[in-house]
Design a binder for this molecule. Structure first.
Ligand code: ZN
Length: 145
């Protein structure tokens, strides 16, 4: 096993079982899965690096080259499969020091925008999260054909 065995995202990347809702996308550099159902609006995605590193500046050229197109594919899929008007990208890495980024689909109907939206509590339920994960995965597979 590569990576740091004390790091929760290295353990997740190495685990045999899939996260709730399954892997939405996996390649040599990135894993994508749905955020925790109880604290995420449906369609919230987490992008986690396969390799253990923390900061943007530590990305290899290959990781960086794959990250932009992955963001574009997820943005397209989220806007097609949820009522997102805009998809917000957040990556602080302050709590877990393994590179990861969140994508938050902000509905057109939501009263808040920008950091006000991001700071507000989010809720969902497991069935909605799984349905959103499946819809995004189907969209990514169809778009790759
Ligand atoms: Zn790690």
């Amino acid at each position: 096993m590569s990576g740091n065995h004390t790091c929760q995202y290295c353990r997740l990347n190495a685990a045999a079982e899939e996260p709730p809702g399954g892997w939405i996308h996996r390649d040599a550099f990135w894993s994508v899965y749905h955020g925790p159902a109880d604290a995420s609006i449906p369609g919230t995605m987490k992008i986690v690096s396969r390799r253990h590193f923390v900061d943007f500046a530590e990305m290899t050229a290959s990781e960086a080259a794959a990250f932009g197109p992955l963001l574009a594919q997820l943005d397209t899929a989220l806007r097609a499969t949820t009522d997102a008007e805009r998809v917000h990208l957040v990556s602080t890495r302050d709590r877990v020091q393994h590179f990861h980024a969140w994508l938050y689909p902000r509905p057109a109907s939501h009263p808040l925008r920008g950091t006000d939206f991001l700071a507000a509590p989010q809720h969902g339920d497991p069935a909605e999260a799984v349905a959103a994960a499946h819809a995004v995965r189907r969209h990514l597979i169809a778009a790759a054909r």
